[in-house]
Design a protein around this ligand. Structure first.
Ligand code: UD1
Length: 364
């Protein structure tokens, strides 16, 4: 039984790593790894393969960046002959990036079973490209693996049959737990001259923030106040760097002495940075989950989340982009709030093993 596993963009790599390892206990499964090339910079892709011990992709489609339509279409064109050649028993996609939906569509149109890992998450915000990718992928998937109970509830409400849905836990957390000790040995704090618990980490890359000067301006108003009290480390996504370059907002960022821009960090350095931080500010999805496990207070700079368990059980607060709301939440954390969060069900480091077990029962 061949299973083609697809990765494309940075957040996919930590999700596929434990699956590739878990297949080893199931010799009947022959995994192939396809990289679409959606992310291609060394620091956005190859570094993660090395650090997480992911086998080199069997095939790289080398699609690269483009508009959504062109990128999605190019991935489909390049992936179709791969599926035709290998005739897999299933195609497995993770997450919600353009590579996920593109390869999912190719699989089902060739009559190949589609497996979606991290199914059912919904922000109910259709202006997010990822929300469209999630909805379409789930609608065409045969087997749907959920990371949190909201995923199961959303899929059931959309009419997906219960026997196709499995609550298995979170593969991204498998990777975090496996690599925590290695990350603890990272020297990134010394390199940056930081003390544990005395800085914040910031990530921003959502188009609704970084492509919108008004929202970005409101966030910067808050960051200006925060960095004057607590240094902020900002590993900057290429998209955000391009947007800021040469703009008035870029000049504001450059003028903030303790908003410290660094290149995108590798997995281990980033895990060390977040796990030792006083606070994380982010518009990422996965970081809301990682800070939950690490019990580090997280302020999510978005109006919604598709990962509600992180704020119901975990350390995450959805604060949006209103300057005063961000500052109020920041001051609460500064003054000691947010340390008593819990861990969601099944986020125990064994999600990928459960998935591999189910796949070997259902597919082989
Ligand atoms: C993509 C995902 C998003 C995910 C994010 C994580 C979609 C719709 N979006 O967003 O869900 O949270 O990855 O990073 O799939 N670029 C580089 N080098 C790279 C990759 C990108 O410079 O290796 C630049 C290019 O200018 C590119 C831009 O970043 O146009 C955006 O890349 P793209 O893959 O289209 O979307 P992301 O913003 O990275």
């Amino acid at each position: 039984m061949k299973i083609i596993n697809v990765v494309g963009a940075r957040p996919n790599f930590m999700k596929i790593a434990p699956l590739m390892a878990a297949y080893e206990a199931h010799p009947a499964i022959e995994p192939l790894l396809v990289h679409t090339g959606q992310h291609y910079d060394e620091r956005m892709s190859e570094l993660f393969f090395r650090q997480l011990g992911i086998p080199a992709p069997d095939i790289n489609l080398e699609v690269g960046s483009a508009s959504h339509a062109v990128q999605t279409a190019e991935i489909m064109r390049a992936f179709e002959p791969v599926v035709e050649e290998h005739k897999p028993g299933a195609v497995l996609v993770v997450g919600d990036v353009n590579s996920t939906v593109a390869c999912g569509l190719v699989a089902v149109k060739l009559g190949v079973k589609l497996v979606h890992v991290e199914a059912g998450l919904r922000s109910f915000d259709r202006t997010m490209p990822e929300e469209i990718n999630r909805m379409v992928t789930d609608a065409i998937s045969d087997l749907l693996f959920c990371s949190e109970p909201s995923g199961v509830k959303n899929l059931r409400a959309e009419g997906v049959a219960a026997e196709r849905i499995f609550l298995v836990g979170n593969v991204m957390i498998d990777t975090l737990l496996k690599n925590k000790a290695k990350a603890d040995a990272s020297d990134i704090l010394e390199t940056l001259g930081l003390q544990p618990g005395s800085y914040a980490v910031l990530t921003l890359h959502r188009p609704s923030n970084v492509d919108d000067p008004v929202a970005m301006g409101r966030i910067l108003d808050a960051l200006e106040v925060i960095q004057a009290e607590l240094p902020i480390v900002f590993p900057i996504h290429p998209r955000t760097r391009k947007n800021l370059a040469g703009s008035p907002l870029g000049a504001r960022v450059a003028g903030m002495a303790d908003l410290r821009l660094i290149d995108p960090a590798g997995y281990l350095d980033f895990l060390k940075l977040t796990s030792s931080a006083k606070l994380v500010l982010t518009d990422s999805g996965g970081i809301q989950e990682e800070t939950t496990i690490l019990r580090v207070p997280c302020l999510t700079l978005r109006e919604n989340t598709e990962r509600p368990v992180t704020s119901e059980v975990g350390s995450n607060q959805i604060v949006g982009t209103d300057t005063e709301k961000i500052l109020t939440a920041y001051r609460q954390v500064r003054d000691g709030a947010g340390g008593d969060s819990g861990i969601p069900e099944l986020w125990d480091g064994h999600a990928a093993e459960r998935i591999a077990e189910i796949l070997s029962e259902v597919l082989t």
